[in-house]
Design a protein around this ligand. Structure first.
Ligand SMILES: Nc1ncnc2c1ncn2[C@@H]1O[C@H](COP(=O)(O)OP(=O)(O)OP(=O)(O)O)[C@@H](O)[C@H]1O
Ligand SMILES: [Mg+2]
Length: 347
C-alpha cells in the first residue's frame, strides 16, 4: 500500500495545496508554525476519521472560512482509492457537518476507516503515560478500529447504546420512565461491550508475547468489569447507575498501565523512561497492525527526533525503514538521508 498524494483546501493554515509522497520516505521540513503537524493531522483524519489532537471538527477549518476539504489517494496493488473528507461549519450556529467519501461515494465512519492504516509517533503521545484514561482508551480504539471490522461495528453499537442508556438513566433519576426500559440496553451493551473487551485483551496478549524492542516494559490492561459478565454487572449496579444518571461500568471505563522494571511509569518514571515506553509501545503497535492486516501501515513521525538521543533515533529509523514514512522536522540534519527520499518544504 502506498499513500500517493494529499490535497488540502482551507484545512487549518493550508489554504490550497497538493503534496505528493515517496513510496519510501518523505521529509516535511519547515520552521515552527509552518503547518507540519497540520499536514500529518490531515493524513491521520483520512486514516481514522478523527484528529490525533482530539480537536473539534470546527477548529480544522481555516479561520474565517466555512468549509474544508481533505483528499488523499491510496494505491493498493493496482487499485487507487480516493478518500475525501468535507467539513462544513455554519458560521451563525457553529453547527459542523462532516462528510466522508470513498471514491466519491458517501460512507459511514466505520466503512471509511481502514483504507489507509497509519501509526503516529508524536511528542504529545507522552501524555498517554500520565494523562487521563480516556486518552488511553482512545488510543486502543484507534488501533483496533483500523484492524478489525467486528471491533469497529461493536464500538459504533456500544457508543450509540451508552448514549441511549444514559438518556434513560437521566430520566429515571428525575423520576420519569420505567426501569425495564433498561433491559434492552443492558443486553445490547453486554453483547457489544464483551466484543470490545475481548479484542482489547487480545491486543495486550499480543504485546506480552512480543520481544520488546526498547527494554523491559509491561503494558497491563485494566478492564472495568472482571470476573462477571458486563450484562450481569449492569443489572447488579442498576440502582447506582440511576442515582448517578449514567452508566458507571463497562469498557468506557477501561484503562491500562505502563510498567518498567516493576514500577508504575506514570508515578515513578523519568521522562526518558516514559518516552522509551511510548516508543516501544508504538513499535509493538506497528507490528500488531502488520500482523493483522495484509498491508504495511504508513508511518507518520511528527518531529520526534529533536527529543531523542542517537541510539533511540537509530532504533526508530531501523524499525520503520521497511515502511512508507512521512517525517516532519524543523531541522533536516536530524533525519538520515537515503535513496528514494522526497522533500516537502513548508514556509
Ligand atoms: N483553523 C485554523 N486556521 C488557520 N490556522 C490555523 C488553524 N488551526 C491552527 N492554525 C495555525 O497553523 C499553524 C501551524 O500549526 P502546526 O502545528 O501545523 O505547525 P508546525 O509546523 O507543526 O509547528 P511546530 O514546528 O511548532 O510543531 C499555527 O500557527 C496554528 O496557529
Ligand atoms: Mg508540529
Amino acid at each position: 500500500m502506498t499513500f500517493l498524494s494529499l490535497q488540502l483546501v482551507q484545512f487549518r493554515n493550508h489554504r490550497k495545496a497538493t503534496y505528493s509522497f515517496s513510496p519510501a520516505t518523505t521529509i516535511v521540513v519547515g520552521p515552527n508554525a509552518s503547518g507540519k503537524t497540520n499536514l500529518l493531522e490531515a493524513i491521520r483524519l483520512l486514516s481514522t476519521a478523527s484528529s490525533f489532537r482530539g480537536a473539534e471538527e470546527a477548529t480544522l477549518v481555516s479561520w474565517g472560512k466555512e468549509h474544508a476539504q481533505i483528499r488523499g489517494e491510496v494505491l493498493d496493488g493496482k487499485e487507487t482509492t480516493r478518500l475525501t473528507i468535507h467539513i462544513q461549519v455554519d458560521g451563525d450556529s457553529g453547527h459542523t457537518q462532516k462528510k466522508l467519501l470513498v471514491n466519491n461515494i458517501s460512507r459511514r465512519t466505520q466503512d471509511f476507516i481502514g483504507h489507509l492504516p497509519t501509526v503516529v509517533f508524536a511528542p504529545h503521545e507522552l501524555e498517554l503515560v500520565n494523562g487521563a484514561p480516556s486518552l488511553r482508551r482512545h488510543y486502543l480504539d484507534s488501533i483496533l478500529v483500523q484492524t478489525n471490522l467486528a471491533y469497529k461495528h461493536a464500538l459504533a453499537e456500544y457508543e450509540g447504546g451508552i448514549r441511549r442508556r444514559n438518556k434513560i438513566l437521566e430520566r429515571l433519576q428525575e423520576g420519569f420512565g420505567k426501569r425495564d426500559e433498561l433491559d434492552f440496553w443492558d443486553e445490547h451493551l453486554g453483547l457489544h461491550g464483551t466484543t470490545l473487551m475481548e479484542f482489547r485483551a487480545k491486543l495486550f496478549k499480543f504485546f506480552v508475547e512480543q520481544r520488546n524492542p526498547m527494554g523491559i516494559f509491561f503494558y497491563t490492561y485494566i478492564p472495568s468489569v472482571k470476573g462477571i459478565s458486563i450484562k450481569q454487572r449492569l443489572v447488579d449496579t442498576r440502582e447506582r447507575d440511576i442515582a448517578a444518571g449514567m452508566t458507571l461500568s463497562g469498557p468506557q471505563r477501561d484503562d491500562f498501565t505502563f510498567r518498567f522494571d516493576g514500577h508504575d511509569l506514570a508515578l515513578f518514571g523519568s521522562r526518558g523512561e516514559q518516552r522509551s515506553a511510548i516508543l516501544n509501545l508504538k513499535l509493538l503497535e506497528l507490528r500488531y497492525l502488520e500482523s493483522v492486516l495484509d498491508k504495511k501501515p504508513l508511518v507518520l513521525l511528527d518531529d520526534i527526533f529533536s527529543e531523542l538521543d542517537d541510539a533511540h533515533r537509530r532504533l526508530v529509523f531501523q524499525a520503520v525503514s521497511a515502511h512508507q514514512s512521512i517525517i516532519t522536522t524543523t531541522d533536516e540534519r536530524l533525519v538520515r538521508r537515503k535513496r528514494g527520499l522526497t522533500m516537502i518544504e513548508l514556509s
